[in-house]
Every structure is written in C-alpha cells, then in structure tokens.
Write a protein that binds this ligand. Structure first.
Ligand code: 1BN
Ligand code: ZN
Length: 330
C-alpha cells in the first residue's frame, strides 16, 4: 500500500518536472514562428482586376503607333507610372527606316525600369513585353479592315499591364534579386517572319528588342521572361518552341511555379516557334523565354483585339506565376 503511494508520488514529481518546462517551450516556439514570418520576404499579392483596369486605360489612349499622339501620350504615361515605383527609369530612342518606303522613318522608344539597383545585388532578371500596337489589322476576316490599326488589348497592352502591376509589387515588397522591366517598341510592324534575313525587302518583327540588345552589349541578366498576348479570356500558354530549345531550364522553372500557384493556362506541352522579342537575347545565349498564347487567338491582328476579349482572371494567372518565380529567387 505504502509502496503504491510512493510510486504515485514519484510519478507526480516526474510529471511536475516536465510540466514546468511547457510554457518555456511554447514561448520559444512562438519566438521562432515570429522570426520566421519576419525574416522571410513575404510574397505580395498580384491584383488582376487592377491590371485589367490598366489594360482598358491603355487601349483608350488609342493605337500606340510610332508618330502618333497616342504613342507619345502612352509613353509618357508608362514612364510616369514606372517612375513611381522603380529605382531608375530610362528611355532608349532609336530610328527605323521602313523597307517599303525609305522616306518613312519610325521613331521607336524602349522603356527601361530597374528595381533593386545596388552593388550588393548582382543577380538580375529581365521581365519584358512590347508596348506598341500593330498599325494594320491584316489578319482580320474582313479584308476592308486590313488597313485599320489593331486596338492591341491583348497583343500589346496585356503584357505591359502585368508588368506595371509587378512594378507596384516590387516597390511594396523588395525582391532579393534585381529586376529590369523593359517595354519594347516596334515589335509589331513586321511583314517578314524570317528575322535572320537582313537583306529582306520586308520589315522585320521585334525591332525594339534587337535595338535594345545592340545598344546594351554588356547586359547579361541571369534569365528573362517575355510576355506577349497573355490576356485572352481563354488564355492558353504552351511551351514556345525556341524557349524550350534555348532556355529549357527557365521554361521548367516557370511551369513548376505555375503548377504551385494553380495557373491552369500554362499547359504542359510544346507549342509552335515564334520570332518574338526573346530571339535577340537567345542569339546571344541569354536565356529569355516567351510566354505567348498559342495557337494565336482569333482576335490576333484583327480590329477585334479589344478588352472585352480579355479578362482580369487571365492576367491574374500570369501575375501569380511571376510573383512565385521572382520572390523565390535568392
Ligand atoms: C507576336 C504577336 N508577334 C506579333 N504579334 C510575333 C510574330 C512574328 C508573329 C512573326 C507571327 C509571325
Ligand atoms: Zn502582333
């Protein structure tokens, strides 16, 4: 009996001995959780609705064609928006003489906004899109519309507005890496698909990116992501073929991020090859991938490339992927 009592007492003493540590253990755990939350860079939240409002605004400026008032006003708007958030914003101007009419000189402007420009940050990532509109809707089913400009809600504004929203997030929550947003001009005046043919009598696509690479010979970002036509309501982004063959690891990184955030528009299959603004970089072995709707949507190069065929949900999917990619970089 006495033995039993003694045993019970001993158990109580042992239990008491452990219980007294519990508050301390809980306090330490709480401190660790708080430290974990404070130390890790929080991922900001991309606002697709905000990006869609920007898309409408950009289309309301009118077609962004070199030599027009809409082009100048849009450029001023983009620069002033980016100046609110970036460490540095610059304009790179260049001329291009039309191959069909040598008296016609297009004045192009590439817009460059850099984030996290400090000596301590050596790794830089390029995010880019084209901001110009195609001057002629030559894919419209109605041939009488072929000389009208494309409103370029999807083929132009969609990539730009995703990047404008990313710029806002970079200011709100600084990424650990450097980021350069570059908006290329004169991507879409082309009628020659083969960009390697310098003697072609036709105009090339992707003139702004060619000029950018030429005038920044020492610019070597770790990798880049180009956005082109990322706003269609029924967005579909397979893996563009040149991106797969020349920058496969970036493609895999981006599709992994898409699966983490549940962006179902990113399809795990190879699509066609497009001579787009990433080509000038790939030629220099800078791995830049093209996120582009393939096959091209029905509105492509038609007068119907309007905001009503785009959606905030699609912009949201692309924005979520970019946030996941950039804020995972160290
Ligand atoms: C993408 C969107 N492009 C133009 N608008 C590039 C392109 C180049 C498309 C050649 C078709 C052929
Ligand atoms: Zn186009």
């Amino acid at each position: 009996m006495a033995n039993k009592k003694l045993k019970k007492k001993n158990t109580e003493i042992v239990q008491n001995k452990y219980w007294k540590w519990i508050p301390l253990i809980i306090s330490i755990l709480i401190v660790f959780v708080i430290l974990f939350i404070v130390i890790r860079t929080p991922k900001p939240v991309f606002d697709g609705k905000r990006a869609y409002k920007e898309l409408i605004k950009q289309v309301e400026f009118g077609p962004r064609i070199s030599g027009t008032v809409s082009h100048v006003k849009t450029k001023e708007y983009l620069v002033s928006h980016l100046r609110k958030y970036a460490d540095m914003v610059s304009e790179q101007t260049f001329d291009f003489t039309d191959k069909h009419d040598s008296t016609k000189i297009y004045k192009g402007v590439n817009i460059v906004a850099s984030f996290n420009v400090t000596e301590e940050v050596s790794k830089r990532i390029l995010l880019c899109a084209h901001w110009d509109s195609r001057p002629f809707a030559d894919n419209d089913p109605d041939t009488t519309k072929h000389k009208l400009p494309v409103p370029a809600a999807n083929d132009g504004a969609s990539g730009v507005v995703v990047l404008l929203e990313m710029a806002r997030l970079f200011a709100e929550s600084k990424p650990k890496v450097g980021v350069d947003i570059v908006l290329f001009d004169l991507e879409d005046i082309g009628d020659e698909i083969d960009s390697s043919n310098a003697n072609s009598p036709r105009n090339p696509f992707a003139i702004g990116s060619e000029m950018f690479v030429k005038s920044n010979p020492d610019y070597y970002p770790e990798y880049g992501i180009l956005l082109d036509m990322v706003g269609d309501k029924e967005l579909r982004i397979p893996k563009e073929a040149y991106s797969v063959s020349r920058a496969g690891n970036v493609v895999e990184k981006v599709w992994k991020a898409a699966s983490v955030v549940g962006s179902i528009a990113f399809i795990d299959e190879q699509g066609g090859a497009v001579m787009d603004d990433h080509i000038a970089f790939l030629k220099k072995s800078i791995p830049v991938i093209d996120l582009i709707h393939l096959p091209f949507p029905k509105t492509w190069h038609t007068v119907n490339d309007k905001p009503e065929y785009c959606s905030s949900a699609s912009l949201q999917q692309v924005g979520n992927v970019l946030v996941e990619v950039i804020y995972n970089e160290k």
